[in-house]
Design a protein around this ligand. Sequence first.
Ligand code: PEP
Length: 249
Amino acid sequence: TDANRPLIAGNWKMNGLKGSAAEFDAMLKGAAEVAAKADLLVCPPATLITAFADKARGSKVAVGAQDCHPKASGAHTGDIAAEMLADAGATAIIVGHSERRADHGEGDALIRQKAEAAWRAGVTAIVCIGETQGQRDAGQTLDILRGQLDGSLPDGSTAANLVVAYEPVWAIGTGLTPTAQDVEQIHSFIRELLTSRFRVDGARMRILYGGSVKPSNAAELMSVKNVNGALVGGASLKAADFLAIAKGC
Ligand code: PEP
């Protein structure tokens, strides 16, 4: 669970019904072959976590969640606590995805509380950061990322309990990706900030790249320095694509 071993994490977003178990079965079947290269994590919608986690027991695939509420329980209709997700079998929770930041107005302070909630439940937090197209065009990318890291990563973050996912918002679901040079520059900037704040743990923390990762570009992106895996949206819905991405590590 550190930067020396890549993590390929799939974010299914709001996709998947009980019938998707067949696709997940295909992932489990192919996982042994890629397990030497990378850790695999699938984050289905919350409704499927229990079923997938039951299937995945003893396999090389871990199951995660896409969001959580900061509190452990209480009067929060429709929300799901990190403890519930852990109870269902999740071993990691994505927090601060740009779609949550945009669709639900989530800010850094709330995301930080959600990351702490994941720890409280005993699971890893995968904290997403990333600039929008407008911020990029205005030359604000590094300032935005610095602010998001400062604000959404809790004190006490370690290589074991936290993963950073750099996901340029303009690259998510668009087929666009930054150049390898851009990714290298940004991941090295993130690494510097992590190391200066978290010292040895910051040096070992995984930094995933996310945004239109697919089998045809994964190997190049994964070979970039300080890229320690991928957060994959659309291409994680198909076992063949998801496994091919992991094979490219
Ligand atoms: C994501 O939303 O986490 C993501 C990376 O999506 P996609 O791979 O579809 O761009």
